[in-house]
Design a protein around this ligand. Structure first.
Ligand code: C2E
Ligand code: CA
Ligand code: CA
Length: 407
């Protein structure tokens, strides 16, 4: 796998010789040596079919086969190249071509108005390397086949643990709470992602014992933190399947009582899509939880199709805006518009807003601009095991605040 910009192969497609040379010079300055050029979409396709090209720069306006057609053909031919889209036209048009390309299944590294700036090119090529690494890790995870029998054994063998990701206030970066995220340390297969074992548990009727196991651990940690005088909120993910369970409210309350956790210091997170199915039974459970004093967050908002009316029927207290609307909104005007109107909608419905998946300073800047209440993401902290969380609260958080004060 390629791990530096210098190792990448890049194709610059532009009908203007000056523009093409300019972009190629920028690539050369960054150390790219495996560099190719094409004057239109047809030439570009030939080049892409002839050899493996990692990244192709696509100019949208070209006389023979234009950029939009080229992107379509790359997708249809299933060529595995990542694209950077360029045009002299208005940024909204460029970013909508980017959205179209992603919908076609292409990996879009960036959409830029010309002239292409060196920083933008460098960031896009670095993103290629970063995403390739992530994709490889994911392939690795998918390859980890685990069975329901192993999952069931994991519950009794103590292989399940939790990591906690901080949720901070945008104003002042105060620790408002943590979200508990399930982790499975398999004795021989290593870490298994919740994206793998939560659906497995749901398919094999194991979600209830898993939820109880994890919630018990989460409440134990919360009680310890309370004993240290730390009073932050605990957020816990509930499977949509659990909402249909009539007894769930009673056992959640009983467990919170057992561990002396105040109901109003706990938030249950439910994905937006859970609200689309068995809406009536889900709302009944959520209403009861809310009446007991627990908080309710609608998770991954923006990935499903819940409309404003459905949203207003849910007795929620918080809206978590999904990473797909948050991350890289600064460079995508349409995404930013949807993000902004989602924040507006949440405010009108009196919901606390949380931006998820904040990865960069640019992401955070937009969040501040839009007046979002809380943030969560790798930019502030990855999910941490309980011991590391305490260390982070003592030192990491203070450092983070200092960095931001000096900005
Ligand atoms: P989620 O509830 O949306 O949790 C946030 C996910 O985003 C976590 O993935 C977290 O590690 C990741 N994340 C946080 N910040 C960033 C960021 O800046 N960039 C990126 N790219 N990712 C970020 P994780 O831990 O793999 O969990 C995946 C999903 O599995 C969760 O999504 C949640 O739906 C589910 N899940 C996790 N734990 C539990 C659980 O205890 N019960 C249930 N029912 N579902 C769980
Ligand atoms: Ca969540
Ligand atoms: Ca989420």
């Amino acid at each position: 796998m390629k791990s530096t910009i210098q190792e990448l192969s890049v194709l610059v497609t532009d009908d203007s010789i000056t523009q093409r040379q300019y972009a190629q010079d920028l690539c050369r300055d960054l150390g790219v040596t495996d560099l190719h050029g094409a004057t239109n979409g047809v030439d570009a396709l030939q080049a892409l079919e002839a050899r493996k090209i990692d990244v192709v720069l696509v100019d949208l306006e070209m006389p023979v086969m234009d950029g939009v057609e080229l992107i379509r053909s790359i997708a249809q031919k299933k060529l595995t190249t990542s694209v950077i889209i360029l045009s002299a036209k208005d940024p909204i048009l460029i970013s909508s071509v980017g959205t179209m390309a992603e919908a076609d299944g292409l990996h879009v590294l960036g959409t830029f108005q010309k002239p292409l700036l060196p920083d933008a090119l460098e960031c896009s090529l670095l993103r290629f390397i970063h995403d390739a690494k992530l994709a490889q890790q994911q392939v690795h995870q998918v390859e980890q086949e685990v069975t329901a029998v192993e999952l069931s054994a994991a519950l009794t063998n103590g292989e399940m643990t939790l990591a906690f990701q901080p949720k901070l206030t945008v104003q002042g970066l105060l620790l408002r709470g943590v979200e508990a995220l399930a982790r499975w340390r398999h004795p021989t297969k290593g870490m298994i992602s919740p994206g793998v074992f939560i659906p497995l548990a749901e398919r094999h009727g194991l979600i209830d014992p898993l939820t109880r196991n994890l919630l018990e651990q989460a409440f134990k940690h919360k009680r310890t933190w309370q004993q240290y005088g730390l009073r932050f909120n605990l957020a816990f993910n509930l499977s949509p399947l659990s909402l249909a369970d009539i007894d769930i409210v009673d056992w959640l309350c009983a467990m919170a009582d057992e561990y002396e956790v105040p109901f109003n210091e706990v938030t249950f997170e439910i994905t937006e899509n859970a609200l689309l199915g068995e809406l009536a039974s889900a709302i009944r459970t959520l209403a009861r939880l809310r009446l007991k004093g627990f908080h309710i967050a609608i998770d991954d908002y923006g990935t499903g199709f819940a409309n404003a009316q459905q949203l207003s029927r849910v007795p929620a207290t918080e809206l978590k805006i999904d990473r797909s609307l948050v991350h890289r909104a600064a460079a995508r005007p349409q995404q930013k518009t949807i993000f902004s109107s989602t924040v507006e909608l949440a405010k009108n419905l009196n919901l606390t807003t949380v931006a998820e998946g904040v990865e960069t300073q640019e992401d955070f800047q937009i969040i501040v601009e839009l007046g979002v209440d809380l943030v969560q993401g790798f930019y502030f902290s990855k999910p941490l095991y309980a011991d590391d969380l305490l260390k982070w609260i003592k030192t990491g958080l203070t450092q983070l605040r200092r960095q931001h004060e000096s900005k």
